[in-house]
Design a binder for this molecule. Structure first.
Ligand code: SAM
Length: 209
């Protein structure tokens, strides 16, 4: 079961954005729900796309964009000492996470994105999140902000009592968007947790059971 908490700030403006016809929306759903949704060709395309977007991505580091992540860690009660951030990009989220966790591991498939992420925020690891260089059950918290969900890999690397933090900074207008219910439905087994709207975004924090 997912408990919907009240919006952090009910008067927040509606986000403008991508909407349900954005091409990344289809990729997001295929990766989450279909076997074979992520192919080596698709990985190359996505890597090239974000390598190209990297130089201007850092201009998106606004405090306002981080509101749902900060709220997720707070009201979602994420208390681990370390976290693994997948699809960290140039690190807008990492800059927040390094204040909350003692240790942050920032993963991304795009070298150009990671190159712009300050090593002071977290340890940078270039890797495809569909096949992480992590041991089974080794992550106490997995953070995905505007990032594709690879359900089997989340299930494999997240510790039994670990928390999955899912954030869409522009809510359902985010190109890489899934509702909290869809995230839970995509993951193997039973998951429950909390969800809320915060600022222009939404988040959920899910745990097994
Ligand atoms: C929409 S951006 C979000 C970046 C950052 N989290 C933010 O909110 O600004 C998605 C990021 O996920 C990365 N990404 C996409 N597919 C990935 C994969 N399979 N493995 C690792 N990173 C991936 C991209 O390179 C990109 O940096």
């Amino acid at each position: 079961m997912i408990t919907q908490l009240p919006p952090l700030d009910p008067s927040a403006p509606e986000p403008g954005g991508a909407g349900p016809n954005h091409p990344m929306r289809k990729v997001t759903r295929q990766v989450a729900f279909e076997t074979g949704g992520w192919t080596p060709e698709r990985a190359k395309k996505v890597e090239a796309l974000f390598d190209e977007l990297a130089p201007e991505w850092a201009s998106r580091h606004t405090d306002q964009r981080m509101t749902p992540l900060v709220d997720a860690l707070d009201r979602g009660e994420v208390r681990a000492e370390s976290c693994v951030e997948l699809g960290a990009g140039t690190g807008p989220g990492t800059s927040v996470l390094c204040r909350h966790f003692k240790q942050v591991f920032a993963f991304d498939i795009s070298q150009e994105m990671l190159r712009r992420l300050s090593p002071e925020w977290g340890r940078r690891v270039r890797s495809d999140a569909s096949r992480l260089p992590l041991r089974d059950a080794s992550a106490d918290a997995l953070i995905l902000m505007n990032m594709l969900l690879f359900p089997d890999e989340v299930e494999r690397v997240l510790a039994p009592t670990g928390a999955l933090v899912w954030v869409n900074s522009r809510g359902d207008q985010t190109p890489i968007h899934l509702s909290a219910e869809d995230v839970a439905r995509a993951l193997p087994g039973e998951w429950s947790g909390t969800a809320a709207h915060a600022g222009t975004g939404l988040w959920c924090v899910l745990r097994r059971g």
